[in-house]
Write a protein that binds this ligand. Structure first.
Ligand SMILES: NC(=O)c1ccc[n+]([C@@H]2O[C@H](COP(=O)([O-])OP(=O)(O)OC[C@H]3O[C@@H](n4cnc5c(N)ncnc54)[C@H](O)[C@@H]3O)[C@@H](O)[C@H]2O)c1
Ligand SMILES: [Zn+2]
Ligand SMILES: [Zn+2]
Length: 362
């Protein structure tokens, strides 16, 4: 029997989100239904609402979530009813050309639930990032459930499902930050601060936070930034060179996803350094760079899809580090809110009042 629950839906481009009745089918083969306990509000949800991802409205928003498995379909063996799980959007297929090369973190054919959740009138919903978790129960592929230690509170653990993992992974996986290296992180929202915390975890000794909002820079220090630069008031590239003996950083991470910021990151790194783009640009954005600079500066420019993470490897590891007091997962939670408050959480995100608002379900 299908479940009837409440969820947050974006019906059309730019329109405020609404709380709607969502019909969640029983899990089919390989699928699981999860009781959502908490789901963070990520900038990507706002990108969906604004039509920045695609126009397959209506969207069921939310994708940074943790909860308990409520039901599993035939053939599911990786999780069982009652397991505490973080949802992921990288259920690797094991068979595509990336997986065949052993590069599972790039899997080009990740699994999502085969069945659709719908509105009460039968309209099919597009779940954000194949999850859709601002909802009391959601339907996912069982591979999208990663079992972790239930000692972690869902409000914090859920954030590993997207933004925090993307940021940490941008530093430790994509950027491969090493002990003693210097790192600059542009944009100190949830993703950028996670990149700062990841750089600290990896042993970086100089961590420069760049933002246009002084409050964000204050928070960035708490996550491990050793220096801060307000790029509204100061030339970020020059300031970063000033903190690195005139050379620039080993790893520059753009956690905004804007051409002007990417350009700063590109020029703020040392010769042979790495530039990592983890912020998501909109389709209309373009960038022009002198090709001689691309060549002459050497190193690498890389995109970081979901922090190049493997959920099965990285989620339990980060939860364990958190429970050991070595990773400040809880500090990303600025406030807990109800399901009716997602629209105002978007506004708070815009005005820079929060790092993460997290929707909690009873
Ligand atoms: N690559 C991935 O897999 C992945 C995953 C999750 C989120 N993201 C993306 O990461 C980006 C950041 O997400 P978030 O949730 O941290 O967003 P956020 O809105 O919380 O934070 C963005 C930060 O960037 C700062 N900023 C804005 N313009 C700036 C500029 N010109 N220079 C410096 N700082 C500037 C803001 O003040 C804010 O602190 C978004 O684009 C989001 O879609 C990517
Ligand atoms: Zn694959
Ligand atoms: Zn996200």
């Amino acid at each position: 029997m299908a479940y009837e629950v409440k969820g947050v839906v974006a019906r059309s481009k730019g329109a405020p989100v609404t709380v709607e009745t969502v019909i969640v089918p029983d899990p089919g083969p390989g699928e699981a239904v999860v009781d959502i306990q908490a789901c963070g509000v990520c900038h990507t949800d706002l990108h969906y609402r604004e039509g920045g991802i695609n126009d397959e409205y209506p969207f069921l928003l939310g994708h940074e979530a943790a909860g308990t498995v409520a039901a599993v379909g035939a053939g599911v063996t990786n999780v069982a009813v009652g397991d505490f799980v973080i949802l992921n959007w990288r259920a690797v297929c094991g068979q595509c050309r990336a997986c065949a090369k052993g590069e599972l973190q790039y899997c080009f054919a990740t699994h999502n639930a085969a069945q659709k959740m719908t509105l009460a009138d039968g309209t099919e919903l597009s779940p954000a990032l194949g999850i859709g978790a601002f909802v009391e129960k959601t339907l996912v592929h069982s591979g999208q459930c990663t079992k972790v230690d239930p000692a972690a509170p869902a409000t914090a653990a859920g954030l590993l499902g997207c933004g925090v993992m993307a940021g940490v992974g941008a530093a430790i996986n994509t950027g491969a930050v090493k002990r003693g290296e210097s790192v600059a992180v542009f944009g100190c929202g949830g993703v950028g601060d996670a990149a700062i915390a990841g750089a600290k975890l990896a042993g970086a000794t100089t961590i420069i936070a760049v933002d246009i909002d002084d409050r964000k820079l204050e928070w960035a220090r708490q996550f491990g930034a050793t220096h801060t630069v307000n790029s509204k008031a100061t030339d970020a590239v020059e300031a970063i060179k000033g903190h690195t003996g005139g050379f620039g950083v080993d790893v520059a991470i753009d956690a905004v996803g804007h051409p002007a910021v990417f350009e700063q990151a590109f020029y703020a790194r040392d010769l042979a350094g790495r530039v990592v783009l983890v912020g998501v640009p909109t389709p209309d954005m373009t960038i022009t760079l002198p090709l001689i600079e691309v060549f002459g500066r050497g190193g690498a420019t890389k995109s970081s899809w979901y922090g190049d993470c493997l959920p099965s490897r990285d989620f339990p590891m980060l939860v364990d580090l958190y429970l050991q007091g070595r990773f400040p997962l809880e500090d990303f939670v600025s406030e807990t809110i109800g399901i009716d408050d997602v629209e105002s959480a978007f506004e708070k995100m815009h005005s820079g009042d929060v790092l993460r608002s997290v929707v909690v379900f009873k």
